[in-house]
Design a protein around this ligand. Structure first.
Ligand code: FMN
Length: 173
């Protein structure tokens, strides 16, 4: 699958089969996450990999009861690391580390899709609760929960998008 095809055909998948993801494949996905751009190449992000079902269930509870998360074979929690971007001051701590993390999130979603796996960006969660479950230090903020697995099917119809003219503005808004 080429890049454009991956971008255009990716979709959020919430149902996963019980098929296992090998460690080699997981490593490739993490290398794709690492390859994302970052402010000043400070790479102010961390990837917490969860394979224990009990921990996945705790994360699902912290994600407002989105229990399909625990059906995935692997869950990656992408975090912003404020310490790693602190040399950029307030903007580094409040913005760049979050952007660094989000760039990796998109790399993971596209990598997973291109490799025949499925995922979804989970952003609705109790941040403090996720931090407690994962023992995150105060300077590491969970940004996205990404359950990853083999899809059971191709899912429903592709989600629609707003007309392009409602979001594109030439030479200013
Ligand atoms: C920041 C963000 C947070 C999201 N949080 C959730 C979530 O908590 N639960 C969920 O089921 N989907 C969540 N999604 C997935 C969106 O619902 C999905 O991307 C959107 O409906 C478009 O569908 P598509 O990803 O298949 O193109 C989130 C997506 C983003 C970008």
């Amino acid at each position: 699958m080429d890049t454009i095809e991956a971008i255009r055909t990716r979709r959020s998948i919430r149902r996963f089969s019980s098929e296992k993801i090998g460690n080699g494949l997981l490593t490739e996905i993490l290398l794709d996450a690492r390859a994302a751009p970052s402010a000043g190449n400070l790479q102010a992000r961390d990837f917490v990999v969860i394979r224990q079902k009990e921990k996945m269930r705790e994360i699902a509870q912290a994600a407002l009861g989105q229990y399909f998360i625990a059906e995935a074979d692997v869950v990656i929690v992408v975090c912003a690391n404020q310490q790693k971007s602190s040399s950029y001051g307030k903007r580094g701590r409040e913005l760049y580390c979050i952007q660094d993390a989000n760039a990796s999130v998109m790399n993971i979603l596209l990598s997973v899709h291109a490799r025949g796996l499925a995922s979804i960006w989970i952003g609705a969660f109790d941040e403090n609760r996720v931090s407690r479950v994962l023992h995150l230090p105060a300077h590491v903020r969970p940004i996205a929960i990404l359950p990853i697995g083999y899809p059971v099917d191709k899912g429903g119809a592709r989600t629609s998008r707003h007309p392009i003219e409602t979001m594109v503005h030439y030479e200013g808004c």
